[in-house]
Design a protein around this ligand. Structure first.
Ligand code: TYD
Length: 393
């Protein structure tokens, strides 16, 4: 049975940043509700948006803009080379190449349906196919040679049709090949009240217990995993075909499953308590912002993330409370956040002279950003962070 546990209200498409001339036009919105499937423990959003509406030639996200992500991709690339020494790698969702560039051009192929980001890797002569990941595509690119390593980071949670995805992976992956999937993990998300991990693009946030169940249907299994700090807590799964005897199942897999069950990720009541904590977080965030505004503080946002879109629209925060957002992404600058219509301005170093409080939309890069803005903090500037609990730091 599929059971709803959180209503995040009416939300626009999180990555459809608005041009000035469009801010008075009515935006497409959908009711964002989060559901739990008690058969396979999958947590997902209830309304799936057609992929083409989200991943097209104006997709703004760039993975290579963050040092944290660049370092993370470099590290996993070195591990891949040492541990698996693959001959032919496929990356599903190669974005602007942050992972691809760590490998020899002849050994890797990127799949990236968003033409604008794919153009970046094509320009650097990395073979990139601008299509969605399907069985047809898998057959086409592996007709003479299957891949011995498929990698995909922060992409699987965006794809609605898991049957098509894993069938295609089974076609493309060699008998002894390895599939590595990486993305936001459900345990830290629920534990730390990270409700903004849910938006139109994040159809699923996977747990180990849910992913194991899904993989079973495709004769695939997790044989190892890494728990990562990226994106507020992620997991990297090493997956193989069931009849691949080359790799033993690491005890970490069972340990993680035990941890998740202990926390209650298999029980609906866990999600109901999460939902209550999220409602409390919303009230606290609104109250703090209103109080600061009353004290005449200048409040801005930092990192116009898709996650911010969920927070701003759920808490009904607009430019009365947050004056503008700073961001480094070229495609977002001088546009407006969807729904809340708060303007995004080209990043420049924070100064206490014109800003008092900074709402950290990109809280997942807290360490990197706080380090970068140490002068502002020293001058008495404060960051407002809403996860795990709303507080000023
Ligand atoms: P991200 O957290 O990856 O995204 P999402 O919720 O959209 O999936 O996006 C980070 C955003 O923060 C991105 O728009 C770039 C911006 N950013 C800065 O402006 N400055 C920074 O120092 C960092 C690390 C990110």
């Amino acid at each position: 049975m599929i059971r709803k546990f959180l209503n995040l209200g009416y939300q626009p498409l999180a990555n459809s940043y608005l041009h000035k001339k469009k801010i008075n036009k009515k935006e497409k919105k959908f009711k964002l509700e989060i559901v739990f499937n008690d058969k396979n423990f999958l947590v997902s959003i209830n309304k799936k948006i057609p992929t083409k509406e989200m991943f097209n030639s104006s997709y703004p996200y760039r993975s290579s803009l963050s040092n944290t992500m660049m370092k993370s991709f470099k590290k996993i690339s070195n591990t891949i080379k040492k541990r698996f020494n693959p001959e032919f790698i496929i990356e599903i969702g190669s974005n602007d190449g942050a992972f691809l560039y760590n490998f020899n051009k002849k050994k890797i192929i990127g799949i990236e349906p968003c033409k604008n980001v794919a153009a970046v890797t094509k320009k650097k002569n990395y073979k990139t196919i601008t299509e969605y990941w399907t069985k047809k595509l898998a057959k086409y690119i592996t007709k003479s040679n299957q891949s011995d390593l498929i990698y995909s980071a922060n992409t699987l949670s965006h794809i609605e049709d898991l049957n098509e995805t894993f069938d295609a992976i089974n076609i493309a992956l060699s008998k002894n090949g390895v599939l590595i999937l990486e993305g936001p993990a459900l345990l830290p998300c629920i534990k730390n009240n990270i409700y903004d991990q849910f938006y139109c693009e994040h159809i699923y946030v996977f747990s180990t217990i849910a992913l194991s169940k899904v993989l079973k249907n495709f004769n695939l299994e997790i044989f190892d995993l890494n728990i990562l700090n990226t994106h507020g807590g992620s997991a990297r799964y090493f997956i193989k075909k069931k009849d691949n005897k080359k790799y033993k199942i690491n005890k970490k897999v069972k340990q993680e499953i035990t941890k998740e069950r202990k926390f209650g990720l298999h029980k609906f009541s866990t999600y109901q308590s999460f939902s209550k904590r999220v409602e409390a977080s919303k009230s606290r965030l609104i109250n703090i912002l209103k109080k600061l505004k009353k004290e005449n503080k200048t409040i801005i946002g930092y990192g116009a993330t898709a996650k911010s879109c969920t927070v701003l629209n759920y808490c009904k925060i607009d430019n009365n409370l947050i004056k503008y957002f700073l961001d480094t992404t070229p495609d977002k600058i001088n546009k407006y956040l969807p729904g809340s219509k708060i303007k995004i301005i080209k990043y420049k170093k924070l100064s206490k002279k014109n800003v008092d409080i900074v709402f950290l939309g990109a809280w997942n890069f807290k360490k990197e950003i706080l380090r970068k803005e140490h002068k502002f903090i020293k001058e008495g500037g404060k960051f407002l962070i809403h996860v795990p609990n709303v507080k000023l730091i």
